[in-house]
Design a binder for this molecule. Sequence first.
Ligand code: NCD
Length: 296
Amino acid sequence: MHLISIDSLSDEQIAILLDAADLFARTNRERARGSDKLAGRTVLHLFYENSTRTAMSFAMAASRLGATPLTLPVERSSVQKGETLEDTARTLNAMRPDALVVRHRENGAVQRVAELMDCPVLNAGDGTNEHPTQALLDALTLRQHFGSLEGLTVAICGDIRHSRVARSNAKLLPRLGAHVRLAGPPGLLPDEAAESGDIEEAIAGADAVMMLRIQRERLDQDLGDAPGEFLSRYGLTAERLQLAAPHAVVMHPGPMNRGVEIASEVADLAERSLILRQVENGVAVRMACLDLLIEA
Ligand code: NCD
């Protein structure tokens, strides 16, 4: 079994993963947080794009379970000598890893790799397509905070067009009973966007507001925005957050560009900002995913 898309998970598997992750999140807070469940297993990491949270939390997850995480430094690998993605995958497969975690700039690249591997492959983000473990950790964070996702309204705002986080969340959160509103500036919404992009309308009355970074590395043309212009027109300021429900929480998958899509004071709001809780849950969710896939 691979984890490439939210679509490939059954409702039962989603429930199993969230319950297991919830337990791991608790044991991760204890001193005796290590386990040897996956002792002797090796998890390889193949990241063609930069990462802090996803890469480190997958590595932490493997080591917490007693497995050995190994990272191929792509920028110093034979990829730079012209080796194709497929040949790199075949090479790693010949070493008989127990799982492979892949991030790549092209949509569908992780699926292509999975077809060549004998071990489970986990998608750590493919282009603008999907980032399933991020959606799972977001769902867990919401579930822990609100008890359930049933009936919640989640506004996801910013660069929706390039966001694999938004795409995976738009698939997962409604399956757990939440209503997702997507909003972004003109040009940063997908062509097929069902709801129009007004950010203030999306935030109005929402239980959770998830902000997204502008993925400038995926833009054909610079936005040409002056410093501070994006924040005042489309960002999450303290004033805009007032439009949300009084109990609303703030989320962000990271990395944040403070003062661009989110005001620094909003990112740091005590109790209401769940941003570091998302990071913490990232380790737990990836432990649950590795455990389920490797043990299957
Ligand atoms: C995101 C990603 O890489 O898709 N980050 C993450 O994994 N937490 C979002 C981004 O790069 O803006």
